[in-house]
Design a protein around this ligand. Structure first.
Ligand SMILES: Cc1ncc(COP(=O)(O)O)c(C=O)c1O
Length: 400
């Protein structure tokens, strides 16, 4: 075989995509699985959004747009930031792309390379890590704990900043912990970042609308507008509007950075689907009523699933304030033996036990940089969630 790129040695494949692949293969073989591995709303895309796609096709909007999105979709993003986040951006400061994931990868490539470090609050989304590594840079983890509610402590953050630090990625509500920063907690982070003017700030706000109880979403720019000349806000329609397959993400930030990102995109990614751009306009300009209904459903699921998990000896689950994941500690099952005599030595062993013997798919915590934990997506139909969580409880009760 001809050689492959040496860059492939720099990063691991996505563990979440790996589990999704295993699940798809088993399902194709006709196996019924309780699948909590995917961060994807189980709801259908709202009808008015789907209609916008049909209308765009009928209008003949089936051609390339500028690589950073049409003026119409970028104007919809401008309106969204003004309305929801009290942030004003010029059109040149807005980019629309084929999902937040490739956009984040392009942003990181535009700001960092070999020898640079990028900070992340851990546990973190594994793709943030992979993107940093793919750019040749090094991820540096600001570790958080369940006791701190998975919120970064300012002194810990500062201890991890070095002359090589090029950027930090903030992500709240967090994938995988669901942690939400209060206004004060964000101000504390901003106070540290204000001392380091050579650092970019990337805020991944994908789960902005998925927030529970009386918690409120704040973007760091809203609480610390003085960071505007080096902060890029990233968001998308996938999670809030049940639009994961339409592939639209967007970002806004300082003009010089956006020009650099545009340069990367112009060669690497190209424009998002013209039809999906029309759906994003309908979603962003449309009502949030359906989104609020989705969130009510997630919250009820969260309450039921967390209660059952916390009745399971060996599992300890914090109730998340946002996003649609649970990230329980499974420290209490490590070292135990399955009825087949296999020792559960790690969260990966536990994940394999659940998949192979109980038909339950979760993602082990080693993928997220805090172990032993597991990530459970509650964006899963009620009956499947109830049965799958009950199976986890029964599976643990069989361990010795
Ligand atoms: C924190 C976070 N950011 C970005 C994404 C990717 O979103 P998109 O579907 O827009 O690529 C995900 C998807 O899992 C995510 O969890």
């Amino acid at each position: 075989m001809p050689p492959l790129s040496p860059l492939l040695e720099l990063f691991k494949p996505s563990a979440i995509a790996g589990m999704m692949g295993t699940v798809a293969r088993l399902q194709a073989q006709g196996k019924k699985l309780y699948d909590f591995s995917t961060g994807e709303p189980d709801f259908d895309t709202p009808a008015h959004v789907k209609q916008a796609a049909i209308d765009a096709i009928n209008r003949g909007e089936t051609k390339y747009s500028p690589s950073d999105g049409s003026i119409a979709v970028r104007e919809a993003v401008q309106r969204k930031f003004a309305r929801d986040n009290n942030l004003t951006f010029k059109l040149e400061q807005v980019i629309v792309a084929t999902g937040a994931k490739p956009l984040l990868a392009d942003i990181i490539r535009a700001m960092a390379g070999i020898g640079d470090e990028i900070l992340l609050s851990a546990p973190c989304w594994p793709s943030h890590v992979g993107m940093i590594e793919l750019a040749g840079a090094t991820p540096v983890f600001v570790k958080t704990t369940q006791d701190d509610g998975f919120i970064m402590q300012p002194d810990q953050l500062e201890q991890n900043i070095s002359p090589k630090t090029r950027a930090i990625i903030l992500c709240a509500p967090s994938n995988p912990t669901g942690a939400v920063y209060s206004r004060q907690a964000l101000l504390d982070v901003a106070e540290v970042l204000a001392k380091y003017p050579d650092m970019w700030i990337i805020t991944d706000d994908l789960y902005e609308h998925i927030i529970y109880d009386n918690h409120q979403f704040h973007s760091i720019l809203e609480v610390a507008p003085e960071l505007a000349d080096r902060t890029i806000v990233v968001n998308g329609v996938s999670k809030a509007y049940a639009m994961t397959g339409w592939r639209i993400g967007y970002a806004a930030g300082p003009q010089n950075l956006m020009a650099a990102v545009r340069k990367v995109m112009s060669q690497a990614t190209g424009c998002p689907s013209s039809i999906s751009q029309a759906t994003a306009i309908a979603a962003l300009d449309g009502p949030l009523d359906e989104v609020h209904e989705f969130v009510k459903t997630y919250q009820a699921r969260r309450d039921r699933a967390v209660a059952t998990l916390n009745q399971t000896p060996g599992i300890n689950c914090l109730s998340p304030d946002g996003a649609f994941y649970l990230y329980p500690s499974v420290a209490g099952v490590i070292g135990k033996k399955t009825p087949e005599g296999e020792v559960i030595g790690s969260s990966l062993d536990f994940a394999n036990y659940l998949l192979n013997h109980w038909d339950v798919a979760i993602v082990p915590g080693n993928a997220f940089e805090l172990d032993p934990h597991i990530r459970i997506s509650i964006a899963t139909a009620d009956d499947d969630l109830n049965e799958g969580i009950a199976r986890i409880k029964r599976a643990v009760s069989q361990l010795e």
